[in-house]
Each structure stands twice: as C-alpha cells, then as structure tokens.
Design a protein around this ligand. Structure first.
Ligand SMILES: [Fe+2]
Length: 499
C-alpha cells in the first residue's frame, strides 16, 4: 500500500488574527468579518447585506465597496500563494451621504491593513517552511557528509552499511533501520540492522521482497502498516515503514528502510533522506565490487607470476602460497589492520619472485650448493626488489621482499640489517618462510617433526626471528595451518638449503 506524501500545494488553513479585528474595529469603528473561499463566514452573526456582497465579490472575482441601507459595505479578496483563499468584509454604519467619500477611504485603508497583515503572515509561514526545509537539508547534508567521510573503498560493505543504518536512526529518530542486499554478483545475502527491530530478522527478506514487488523503483511510506493487508501480517509491532530501493546496476537490488517513529509520522523529508543515503550506499557497494574485482585480478596475476617461478624448481612448488598463508595468519594474530594483513599476504606470495632471475641449473641442483652458487641464489631478494620497483602500491611489499632473509643478529642478507632496521613485514615473511622450509620434505631427508620445527623456531627467537612474531606464531593453531597446507593443490617441498 502506498501512502501519499504531503504535498506543497495544499490550501493553507485560514487563521484570522484576533488582534487585527479588534484593533481595526476600535480604531475605525467598522465591523470586520472574514469568509472562506466559498463565502461561508468564519464567525457567525454576519449582516445579510455583507454576506450578499461577499457572494458578489466571489462571483465577480474582484473587490467591491457598496452603499447599503445603513452605511457602507466593502468586501476584498485576500490571496495567499497567488490565489484567493478568503474574503474580508467590513461594514461602516451611520454615514450620511456627505460622509460616503470619507467612508470609502476609510474602508480602503481597512482593506490595505488586512492585506498587509495576511501578507506578513504568509511571509512568516514561508520563512518557517524555509527554515524547516533548511534544517532538513542540513540534517541530510550532515548525514551524507558523515557517510562520505567513511567511504573508503577498502572499507568492508557490511561495515559501511552498519554505519549508514546507525546514522539514519540517530538523524531521523526511527526505532530501527535496516539495509538488505539479497546477494550482489551471486554473493550471499547481506542484512544489516540498527536499533530495535519490530519484525523478526528472519522475516525481513520476505518483507523486503514484498516491498520490491509493490514499489520496485519508488519510495514506500506507510504510517499504518497494521492496517495494510500484507504488511500487517509481519508483526503486530510494525507500525510505520519507509523503504527505498538500493539501485545497483540496471535495477533495484536491495532495500534501505526505517521502522517505527511513535511520536511522529514518517513523511517526505524522511523518504528524501533515505533516498540520498541509499544512493550513496549503492555507489559505494558498486565501487567496492569493482575494487574487489580488480584486487582479485591482481592476485590472480601475482599468483600466475609466482607459479612461473615455482615451476622452475619442482621442490618449491606451492611454497609461495603456503608462506603467504602463514603470513596472513601471523598478521591477523599480531592484530594488524585489514589492509596490512592483505599486504603481508602479498609479501608472502612475492617473497621469492627474484628467483625468476636465478639460473635453473642452480635452482634445481640437488644437494649442497657451492659458495659461488649460493652467492648467485642469494641475490634473489635484491632481484625481486628490482622487479617490484616503481609499483607504488607495492612499496611496503617490496621492502619485505628485499629483506626477508635478514636476521635480527645481523647475520642475514642482503644488507645484514639488525633488529628494528629490518622491516616488520620482512620479519613476518622470514619466519613464515623458515617454517615452510622446515615442514617440507627434502630430497635427501624427510620433513622435520612439527615439535622439532617449533623448538627450532623458539631457539632462534631474538637472534634470527623477531620475538613478537615468534610469540604470535606460538598462538597460531599449527594443526589448522598444516591442514591448510595439505589442502593446497601441490605441496611439493622446497629445499631449505637452497633458500
Ligand atoms: Fe627467499
């Protein structure tokens, strides 16, 4: 059920200022009366002569002043918003023929006073209305500004929708707000709520399906939901609802809604505010989808590149992906923000990208490496850094790639950095890299048992590995990590001696 919104063209209510009538009557001796646009007097007890004159004025559409048996009568159309909305009448009794000219001037002055007063009242009304509209616009702009402030494309969609719902409740005074996306690009439905819902959460998808059905591309405002044959079925406490579609792509994809505001009906300002919020949300969701697609494409490209490196050496297949997985687990455990977590994952994926420049004869050589061969293979962090040079977005990743073989005691390479001089991401990658190396099979000896690997990592905490990263590693569920490794497509081992 659609409920019509209040319009701007409704006839204004006639309010006759008492003080005006009293003042005019006291100062001029006239009797002043008012009539509505159909000629009905606002107050009873009007003289028949004046009543007749008012009808004449309404029929003719113009003002008149006439001599009547007991004096002079005048009637004037009063216009509001450009159209006649009432008639003012005045009766001046007790004038002789000699006083008629003076009486007409007096009635003219009375009519001017009345018109001026109503014009002032209309202006005051317009000011009030403009003030209300300004206040509404301010609230709308304020909400959109607040939403705009948090519209970072890296922000998760759910987090943004939650923020919008909470802001809507705070701005409109609605008891609850809901954002619903049945599923973007085949994804799972997203339902975000704020406030106290009058409808069970499980019923919301069905309710919004109904809203989209009856108002696919328009605003739904209903202040009497319980009387609605369909909406009334959902809940006894669902009284009021405003809903607008979230327009994604070519058509409505979701809904943004407000529920219940007991002390005031929802109206067009609320609907307008909701529409603006829905538009901002829809633009964000679409941008986020494009961003995710770009991210996924970049990850696929990086994986393809990394695979080409891993493919050079059968013992390193899957190594980069496993290191990246461990890096992500460590970053999460260390409490890094989401963007840093993904950056650490990327660093894990790319850490050995420099091996693309290592001759296969050395990379694939079985057994121990000669010193000069080790020197060549040890150039891979620098080569990797050179490959990533100039990619602004991967600058932090590049530093991790260059320094992932540094050790806290300065015995690592390529620069022999110590302690905090080693980039933090590089310290995370360093531990993840060593863990994968030790837990992988080698051609000349089997995988080290997990407890030995963990003891080895503990033993080198503070000399090779960052103690904070080691502590985070202790807290990680290693069984889960190994299961993740096992689930990888190819777990062919790396050879730690050639790292
Ligand atoms: Fe490496």
């Amino acid at each position: 059920m659609h409920t019509s919104l209040p319009t701007e063209t409704q006839a204004p209510r006639i309010v006759v200022p008492d003080d005006l009538v009293q003042r005019l009557e006291e100062q001029t001796g006239v009797t002043v009366c008012f009539f509505d646009a159909s000629g009905t007097p606002v107050e009873p007890g009007v003289s028949p002569a004046l009543q007749g004159l008012v009808r004449e004025v309404l029929d003719a559409g113009e003002d008149r002043v006439l001599s009547v048996p007991d004096g002079l009568a005048g009637a004037w159309l009063v216009r509001q918003r450009g159209r006649p909305t009432l008639v003012a009448g005045a009766l001046l009794a007790g004038l002789g023929p000699a006083g008629e000219r003076l009486g007409r001037r007096l009635l003219g002055a009375v009519s001017e006073a009345i018109r001026t007063r109503f014009a002032q009242a209309e202006l005051a009304g317009q000011c009030e209305s403009l003030s209300g509209a300004l206040s509404q616009s301010f609230e709308e702009l304020s909400l959109l500004h607040n939403v705009g402030e948090v519209l970072r494309v890296t922000r998760p969609v759910i987090s943004l929708m939650q923020y919008v719902c909470e802001e809507l409740c705070a701005t409109t005074g609605a008891e609850a707000s809901v954002a619903y996306l049945p599923g973007v690009s085949g994804g799972r439905p997203t339902l975000v709520t704020a406030g106290v819902l009058p409808v069970p959460t499980s019923d919301l998808p069905r309710l919004f399906d109904h809203v989209l059905e009856v108002a696919p591309e328009s605003i739904l405002v209903n202040n009497q939901c319980r009387a609605d044959p369909l909406l009334g079925r959902f809940s006894l406490t669902l009284e009021q609802l405003v809903a607008v579609p979230l327009m994604l792509g070519e058509g409505p994809t979701g809904t943004l809604a407000l529920f219940n505001r007991p002390r005031e009906e929802f109206g067009s300002p609320d609907a307008k505010l909701l529409r603006s919020s829905a538009n901002a949300t829809a633009v964000f969701v679409e941008n986020r989808r494009l961003y995710d697609e770009l991210q996924a494409m970049m990850l696929d490209l990086v994986r393809a590149l990394v695979s080409s490196v891993d493919a050079k050496d059968p013992y390193t297949c899957g190594h980069s992906e496993r290191v990246a997985t461990t890096c992500r687990e460590l970053a999460v455990e260390l409490g890094l923000p989401d963007e840093q977590v993904e950056r650490t994952y990327m660093a894990g994926l790319l850490h050995d990208i420099g091996k693309i420049g290592t001759p296969e004869a050395i990379l694939c050589k079985e057994g121990y490496l000669e010193p000069e061969e080790r020197e060549i293979i040890n150039q891979h962090p620098v080569i990797g850094g050179n490959i990533l040079k100039g990619i602004r977005q991967l600058e932090a990743v590049r530093h991790a790639v260059v320094h992932h073989h540094e050790r806290l005691d300065g015995s690592g390479y390529p620069d022999g950095l110590t302690e905090n001089a080693i980039p933090f991401l590089a310290r995370i990658v360093g531990l993840a890299d060593a863990f994968d190396a030790m837990t992988s099979n080698r051609p000349y000896r089997p995988t080290m048992p997990l407890h030995e690997v963990l003891a080895e990592i503990d033993r080198h905490a503070g000399t090779q590995f960052d103690t904070g990263v080691v502590e985070a590693f202790r807290r990680i569920d290693k069984k889960h990590l190994m299961e993740h490794y096992a689930a990888s497509a190819d777990t062919t081992p790396t050879d730690p001696l050639r790292r």
